[in-house]
Design a protein around this ligand. Structure first.
Ligand code: CA
Ligand code: CA
Length: 344
């Protein structure tokens, strides 16, 4: 290996370690619910099993787990509580809810008794089948309000909630030709990492802080399908207050999405040649990706009127209320935003 290659490899290894330590802080002394392993690789078509464990818990009597994932990339096929688990053999597992359309599992388990247990151990084992190459987050979904019992929680026998830190994970579904491309962005002396997992050659990566746009070129053999997942810090897109758009050249392109506490994982496909990709947040009602809601956006929705998900010309951006069809509600929703422009 020549010297230049050694340096490059060294940089790559260093940055991978930084990326991992950045994403997955080590468990603190406090109580944590942990996806283990935090990063799994699985070949397309194979199954992968992950454990969800609890550490340093006191007086645990009941737990519920809501684990989110991207159902376009992995589907849940089985949920079991292993023999070696925090409750031993004294537990009641309620029938788990598996939703491979929305992308979550909901598991609820109580100790068979009015006491609590201490320590660390397994909660549950979740098996997934891999559907498509890409990266899916495994997100421990935490409630915004603990009184809403729909998300993940730990409880004492007297129904007191036990505070915890959720340690999310990811699953990377691999296939021939796919590689991880790691890019470093430094903003105000803080280092951020963007991981692009793709079967295209990724070049000219750039993140423009002012316009909050991720840009790069994706190149592959004409006639083949390119597939890319971009794992980006959530703050890069400001995507929580608006909607994420993927432009391939200038065409708004459908994507699937999963999130965790720190990152968005955006997966999309395209026909190969050299494609210019732009990913950014825009406002609701901007259909063509110019970050303004104008008459051309209304026209795109009007032209899609009557179309349904699965149609050959289906444009998910025109389905504003996400009910799988373009109807009068969607036209009204764009009209309501008419005149607005995105601001950083
Ligand atoms: Ca527009
Ligand atoms: Ca609709």
């Amino acid at each position: 290996m020549n010297r230049k290659a050694t340096i490059l490899l060294g940089l790559l290894v260093t940055s991978t370690i930084i990326f991992l330590s950045f994403r997955f802080a080590s468990p603190l002394a406090g109580t944590a619910i942990i996806v283990n392993p935090n990063k799994s690789y699985v070949q397309i078509g194979q199954t992968v099993t992950i454990n969800v464990t609890v550490s340093n818990v006191t007086n645990l009597n009941t737990w519920q787990l809501r684990l989110g994932f991207n159902p376009s990339i992995i589907n849940c096929t089985d949920i079991t509580v292993p023999d070696e688990n925090i409750f031993g053999s004294y537990f009641i597992l309620f029938p788990p809810e598996i939703d491979n359309a929305e992308g979550y599992v909901l598991v609820f388990c109580v100790l068979d008794g009015t006491y609590g247990v201490n320590g660390s151990g397994n909660l549950v084992q979740v098996e997934f089948n891999s559907i498509d190459p890409g990266i899916s987050s495994l997100e421990i979904v935490e409630p915004e309000c603990p009184s809403e019992l729909c998300d993940t929680y730990l409880q004492e026998p007297d129904y007191e909630f036990i505070p915890f830190e959720g340690m999310d994970g990811i699953v990377i579904v691999t296939d021939q030709g796919f590689e991880e491309n790691l890019f470093t962005v430094i903003i105000n002396q803080e280092t951020y990492h963007v991981l692009i997992f793709s079967n295209s050659t990724i070049t000219t990566f750039n993140y423009d802080q002012g316009s909050k746009k991720i840009m790069f070129d994706a190149t592959g053999t004409t006639g083949t399908v390119g597939s890319t997942t971009v794992a980006t810090p959530t703050s890069f897109l400001n995507g929580n207050v608006s909607t994420i758009m993927v432009l391939v050249d200038t065409t708004p392109t459908p994507y699937s999405l999963s999130k965790n506490a720190t990152h968005d994982f955006i997966q999309f496909t395209y026909q190969h040649s050299t494609r210019n990709i732009k990913i950014f947040a825009t406002i609701i009602g901007d259909i063509n990706g110019d970050r303004k809601v104008r008459v051309d956006d209304v026209l795109v929705v009007a032209l899609a009127f009557g179309s349904n998900e699965g149609d050959p010309d289906w444009n998910p951006y025109t389905d504003l209320d996400k009910d799988g069809k373009v109807r009068v509600n969607d036209v009204l929703a764009v009209a309501k935003e008419f005149g607005k422009e995105w601001a950083p």
